[in-house]
Design a protein around this ligand. Sequence first.
Ligand SMILES: NC(=O)c1ccc[n+]([C@@H]2O[C@H](COP(=O)([O-])OP(=O)(O)OC[C@H]3O[C@@H](n4cnc5c(N)ncnc54)[C@H](OP(=O)(O)O)[C@@H]3O)[C@@H](O)[C@H]2O)c1
Length: 220
Amino acid sequence: MILITGASSGLGASLAQLYAEQDDIAITGRNAERLAQVAESIKPQTNSYVCDLSDEQSVTHLFDALSSTPSMIIHCAGSGYFGPIETQSVAQIKQLLDNNITSAVLMLREAVKRYKDQAVTVVIVMSTAALAAKAEESTYCAAKWAVKGLIESVRLELKASPMKLIAVYPGGMDTGFWPASGKQANTESFMSATEAATMLKQALQASEQGYISDITITRG
Ligand SMILES: NC(=O)c1ccc[n+]([C@@H]2O[C@H](COP(=O)([O-])OP(=O)(O)OC[C@H]3O[C@@H](n4cnc5c(N)ncnc54)[C@H](OP(=O)(O)O)[C@@H]3O)[C@@H](O)[C@H]2O)c1
């Protein structure tokens, strides 16, 4: 079974469509209506769970509800917020940090707590904004750099564990992320969610003795 977070929209929803062709999946997002639409479009009775991953109890309930140990967790949940630093609102900055950092910390903490002695792969989607500084994206970069630090540190804690952490750095995708962020981005040249999901799924194919640990999906 594969658990996909952030699956009510964008990259997570496209990955859910692709993985459902061959695997059992469970999907999660916050917006119940959109999540139900994605589940319905995949196949009836797709397991879906409404969950705010920045809330400790919701995360525990999500993992309690899973019918089996996932072989892979793909964490796509996240959001954007942009603009010159002095114009950013504190409430929106806090929300950005919750959606990107707190959600990744709580999800990974729960997964490690439960599965660190099992061959579970945890894939965490960040952004190319975790790799390079960008003007007017300061708090978004800060959030994604924090998640990179989280992954690289927890990897050291999991050295002797069969659990694997995979870091993903996508470039621009034409998804609901941009309208939700409030930024008027011209997304004409951006990857579609399906394109990015197809490349990511290919890169996540592991062999008997190896796997791709860090994946950058660059927009051409
Ligand atoms: N789009 C881009 O250009 C781009 C580029 C690089 C990296 N990324 C990153 O890629 C990931 C996926 O982005 P996307 O483009 O697919 O965005 P999207 O279409 O806006 O989807 C984001 C998903 O994350 C969920 N989410 C956000 N905060 C959450 C929380 N606190 N708890 C649970 N779920 C939460 C949303 O749920 P609800 O809508 O149900 O609330 C939605 O399902 C994000 O981490 C984003 O930062 C995006």
